[in-house]
Design a protein around this ligand. Structure first.
Ligand code: ADP
Ligand code: MG
Length: 600
């Protein structure tokens, strides 16, 4: 065997760069990590200054607690952290960082200068580049910490190749800041790009922050935002969202935060969708920010630093309560609007319950907003909110009330629809099958295959292109660019209208609504498809859509969701999935009686 094939330990810098690649892949990921550090240091103000999309320079300035000059010596080494000491610290983790590898990973691909002045010191600074550590020198900012990252990936050309144009990178940085800012409304954030201010988010309330972020969105008027709050066992839910009068045709603005981190928890996005389902037209989705605070013992973020995933032990319970909370609030909002409108009064922000309503519904408790426990304590905009159920008895009762209102009689989109369903849904088994009694049979319906089929039909039947208000630009590799130039009609026939903007730059101009809420996946699909037939393209696009949208095996499903899906399934002539497989099992009453030796 040749010498090169023998096992060797990697050079430390090579190992460092490989590990870093998983965490730091572009300026936005650097900014995300640096902001996390500032937030963990209790900063009240964070400024982010970038040049050339952050590729040339990123500077994050905070007024947090700072780093002790002696600690600067070990910072930038792998696993250098002040946030965890022992394994048991993970059970009570309250910081965003805990791995002690962000600065180490950033330094693997750039020159990092950290200057910091904790209270009571004169401050110090250090420059780290790969595995080279400069001396700790005296002198730092007047307060807090400045971290400067210069020439990202200058020495890793392969990684630079994956960077987009500076303007695209700057957009991603801005998005990363907005995501952080949405969880930390009491912190001020500013961003400037090439000397020009591009974001200014002064400290505010949670609702105020959502308003700041959506302020350029003409669809959303601040007075229409609803606030909802609910305490569960080991978790609490706060929701800031639009009412049933404002919506969009994609799920892009349904965002989920768990313990101050944005996560891609699709089942909660689905919960929001189902909560709104009875109140919005088909294909319409709200602007909805869901903030979950979950007991750290039930949460595990320790999956992958770059992925926005979280493991939750009480996911099904949260899902269930989220659907009910939203439906309950929308029901009141709806009721209130109807009442007020008939009285020709202004529509209020949140439903103010009338005397007779309170006596009619004695189990629901409301109280006037008090200052200390509000979720928007800086600028309280609404007058009423749910009573925070410190008395568990009250919480029980509202939850029970909600259950009666929404679980036993699921609302449908057509409020005047009177015909009752001719089936009875009995629940989900093995986290996959929906159990249904209909006529003289018992049916087991595979929820994933059923949902896939329904989506497939909907996507095929819909042929109306809808132009995107802002076309979405994306870059492609040379092979894909050439393929698209000769095959964009193939995409058009499958509901996606593409246009070439420049060399290697394309834009989605219009789509059928089914693709709207998954632009990212769609673009990834287009970027990776450089040859193939229309059937293959159709398969790829459908797989992308179904994979993103279809309820999976193991996904919790609410009665409302299940019944709505089952109605569509029973309306099908032949229930087979898009791949031709049957997904409904029928057991007749006769079979069942016979199998226990009875006669009907
Ligand atoms: P982690 O955040 O996982 O601990 P990092 O590599 O991001 O790892 O940071 C290492 C350590 O440096 C942190 O634990 C913290 O003590 C310190 N640190 C980094 N940035 C700052 C900052 N802006 N303010 C105060 N301390 C900081
Ligand atoms: Mg960190």
């Amino acid at each position: 065997m040749s010498q090169e094939r023998r096992v060797q330990l990697l050079e430390p810098l090579v190992a460092q760069r490989i590990a870093a690649g998983e965490v730091i892949d572009r300026p936005a990921s650097v900014v995300r990590e640096l902001i996390d550090n500032s937030l963990d240091a209790s900063a009240a103000t964070i400024s982010i200054i970038i040049e050339e999309g952050g590729i040339h320079r990123i500077k994050v300035i905070d007024d947090g607690t700072g780093i002790h000059p002696e600690d600067l010596r070990i910072i930038g080494h792998s696993h250098a952290t002040s946030k965890v000491r022992t394994l048991s610290d993970f059970d009570t983790l309250e910081t965003l960082g805990f791995r002690g590898e962000a600065l180490y990973s950033i330094a693997a691909g750039a020159k990092v200068t950290i200057s910091s002045t904790p209270q009571g010191t004169l401050g110090a600074s250090i420059t780290i580049h790969g595995d080279t550590f400069g001396p700790v020198e005296p002198g730092g900012p007047t307060k807090g910490t400045i971290v400067e990252v210069a020439d990202l990936f200058a020495e890793i050309p392969a990684r630079r190749l994956f960077l987009k144009r500076p303007s695209s990178e700057a957009m991603m940085v801005k998005q990363a800041i907005i995501e952080k800012a949405l969880s930390f409304p009491h912190v001020s954030f500013t961003m400037s790009h090439n000397g020009k201010e591009s974001l200014f988010l002064p400290a505010t309330s949670l609702k105020g922050r959502v308003i700041q972020v959506l302020k350029n969105n003409k669809d959303v008027v601040s007075s229409q935002l609803l606030e909802m709050h609910e305490e569960g066992e080991h978790f609490s839910i706060s929701v800031i969202s639009t009412g049933a009068d404002t919506y969009r045709t994609d799920r892009k603005y349904i965002q989920i935060f768990v313990n101050n981190r944005i996560v891609d928890e699709y089942s909660f996005v689905q919960a929001v969708t189902y909560g709104y389902d009875p109140y919005l037209p088909g294909g319409a989705f709200p602007y909805c920010y869901v903030y979950l605070t979950v007991d750290p013992e039930f949460v595990d973020f320790n999956i992958h630093p770059a992925k926005r995933e979280v493991k939750l032990r009480n996911r099904a319970q949260i899902h269930h309560q989220l659907v009910l909370l939203i439906q309950y609030n929308l029901q009141f909002n709806h009721f209130s609007r109807a009442r007020k409108t008939t009285q020709n009064e202004d529509i209020p922000t949140l439903f103010t319950p009338s005397e007779e309503f309170l006596t009619e519904q004695p189990r629901v408790s409301w109280q006037h907003r008090s200052q200390q426990d509000s979720i928007s304590d800086v600028h309280p905009q609404s007058q009423y909110r749910f009573l925070t159920p410190d008395e568990s008895e009250r919480k029980e009762t509202w939850f029970e009330t909600a259950k009666h209102l929404f679980q036993e009689e699921p609302k449908t989109k057509e409020p005047c629809r009177q015909e009752p369903d001719d089936f009875m849904y009995h629940g989900q088994i093995f986290s996959l099958f929906l159990l249904v009694e209909k006529g003289n049979s018992l049916y087991l319906v595979d929820q994933h295959a059923a949902h896939e089929r329904i989506l497939y039909d909907e996507m095929r039947q819909y042929d109306g292109f809808q132009p995107l208000m802002i076309p979405i630009e994306f870059e492609v590799e040379r092979t894909v660019d050439e393929f698209l130039q000769t095959h964009s009609d193939m995409y058009a026939s499958l509901g996606i209208h593409l246009e070439r903007r420049q060399d290697l730059l394309w834009a989605i101009e219009a789509t059928i609504p089914h693709y709207r809420e998954m632009e990212k996946e769609l673009i990834e699909g287009i970027q990776s498809f450089s040859s193939g037939t229309i059937e293959e393209l159709h398969k790829m696009l459908f797989a992308t859509a179904a994979c993103r949208k279809a309820i999976k095996e193991g996904d919790p499903i609410d009665t409302v969701q299940a019944v709505s899906l089952l109605r569509k399934v029973f309306a099908l002539e032949r229930p087979t999935c898009p791949h031709g497989r049957e997904f409904v099992i029928e057991l007749t009453k006769e079979d069942l009686y016979r199998s226990v030796g009875r006669l009907l």
